[in-house]
Ligand binder design. Structure first.
Ligand code: ZN
Ligand code: ZN
Length: 212
């Protein structure tokens, strides 16, 4: 599925104010509220928008130190190691590079001592070699890229067969606040047949709560 101009304008509105309501975004983008709602649900289902959370400015607090650590990892273990390291709460970023089987980490620690402790206990014990470790003395810019263009492919997966969805207007079913997406008519129908009773129960609950 590709991002269209509507997706981009909705993204822009939410990047500007993540707390805006659907109605506010609809007004700002001159779209209807249901259009904003259905596009937003695709963007979230495709995990381009992972969640709505506050954007913290760590300059405002005494946050300890941030360091960039380069690791050398056995080639066969790069991906499993990257996932394991991502689970450590000190690790704010994990990047796998195309260079010599390396992983780059962004590590937040209270002190140099804590950083060294993390490197020896967590990293070295897992068979990685620390190639370099540098403490950042100032962070000039650290933001997500926000200039998105329409036409970019969004990896939306079929809720039935888990295959990619290529159609720009995917087959879907709306139940209450959630929406399910499908790659083709057959997947949609099979999903409906399989989950009919559950979907109908959810639908009547949603209708009831709308009335009351
Ligand atoms: Zn499918
Ligand atoms: Zn299909």
């Amino acid at each position: 599925m590709k991002l269209d101009a509507i997706d981009i304008s909705i993204l822009d509105a939410f990047l500007n104010d993540g707390r805006a309501s659907l109605r506010e975004v609809a007004r700002e983008t001159s779209l209807s509220t249901p259009t904003v709602s259905s596009h937003l649900s695709r963007l979230m289902k495709g995990r381009l928008i992972k969640k709505f959370i506050p954007l913290l400015n760590l300059d405002a607090i005494d946050q300890g130190i941030v360091s960039v650590v380069t690791l050398k990892v056995p080639p066969s273990e790069v991906n499993t190691m990257a996932k394991k390291l991502a689970g450590s709460e000190e690790v704010a970023g994990v990047y796998v590079t195309s260079g010599e089987h390396r992983i780059i980490l962004k590590v937040h620690a209270e002190s140099v001592h804590e950083l060294e402790h993390f490197l020896s206990e967590t990293v070295a014990n897992r068979g990685c070699v620390v190639v370099a470790s540098e403490i950042l003395s100032s962070i000039v810019k650290d933001e997500q890229p926000v200039k998105l263009k329409s036409g970019v492919t969004l990896a939306l997966k079929c809720d039935f067969c888990k295959g990619p969805i290529s159609n720009n207007r995917p087959y879907n079913i709306k139940v209450g606040n959630s929406r399910y997406y499908f790659c083709c008519k057959t997947c949609r129908r099979t999903y409906l047949d399989k989950h009919r009773s559950r979907l109908e129960a959810a639908k009547s609950r949603a209708t009831l709560s709308k009335i009351h």
